[in-house]
Design a protein around this ligand. Sequence first.
Ligand code: PLP
Length: 381
Amino acid sequence: MQTAYFDYAATTPVDPVVAEKMIQYLMPDGCFANPASRAHMPGWFAEQAVEEARLKIAKALNCDARELVWTSGATESNNLALKGVAETRRQRGRHIITSAIEHKAVLDTCGWLETQGYDVTYLKPDQKGVITAEQVADAITDQTILASFMMVNNELGSINDIAAIGDVLKARDIVFHVDAAQAGGKLPIDLKALPVDLMSFSGHKVYGPKGIGTLYVRRDPDLKVAAQIHGGGHERGMRSGTLPTHQIVGMAEAFTLATQRMEQDKQHISVLREQLWLGISSLPDVTINGDADGYPGIINLCFSGVDGEALLMAIKDIAVSTGSACNSASVDPSYVLSGIGLPREKALSSLRFSLGRFTTESEVEQAIDIVVKAVTALRGQ
Ligand SMILES: *Cc1c(COP(=O)(O)O)cnc(C)c1O
């Protein structure tokens, strides 16, 4: 049996339309030149392709193309945003606000900033995995320079009210960074309307290639972000390195496609999620962790009384994830599930299913069948 893929939140396959486009920017007969080569035509064509791609993503997000900086992915975008702003605003204050259930690319960066003399407040979300604007307002001090919250949580699918949080921060002149790796191309994002200063995106979460991302950096008012990678001064000095034309063109194609198909993809995913939940909830004692009304492509389920690792072994024919971390001696539950107050035992009995554009009804049937049998057997019923 082929493995049924239910791990779209970890990564997505590249849409064939995107791959076709990328191939044109790789080989000797293609547009392969260095986009920074100013001395010849092939270089100009490559530069043109990069700038057209930037415009496409800017159009999808309703921002100015000059506000987008190419990076290697959302991990790098998060690093650049947080370290870059912490550095330029160091004289103003040293306090940063984030949440306990951010992606590790934010949490570990904040942890490193703590070693550099910054203070970080890690807000505790509610049971759904949501941070409120009131919590953020209460955490602000006269030292606060920066806040970072994700739009869609990658383990729970819960959605933060970015506009409400942004309003609070804007009123206090605090820079607001949003990790939108799970939201880009999936939820409507209007950067002209949103009170956000920096936003991170990734190509491979939305049917584009891995190894490419972008950081939105607001120009009005002009935000200063200190470079974290130094070199040829590419990307207006914010991020050096030869631009990967094929990846950039691929990400732009993927974002354009996702924007055009947003309703269609959401509808498809919602129907299959409902089918999956209906089938699996025929089992007793299964509950949804986090927000049942969040982004439909992510559903995190707790199978009470069943060991998550044992369940994972029993359902090898479907690809899902636990979010737990294995150490040499023991298994630690997902910090996100612990972060929303789930007891250790429940967190260790949980699995994340994530669905996407290429998920089929028969894959969902296969998953229901395998999960129901495995849980029943493990519970000894
Ligand atoms: C995947 C993900 C990242 C990391 O993105 P990469 O492009 O793989 O570096 C960051 N934040 C969230 C919320 C993610 O889901």
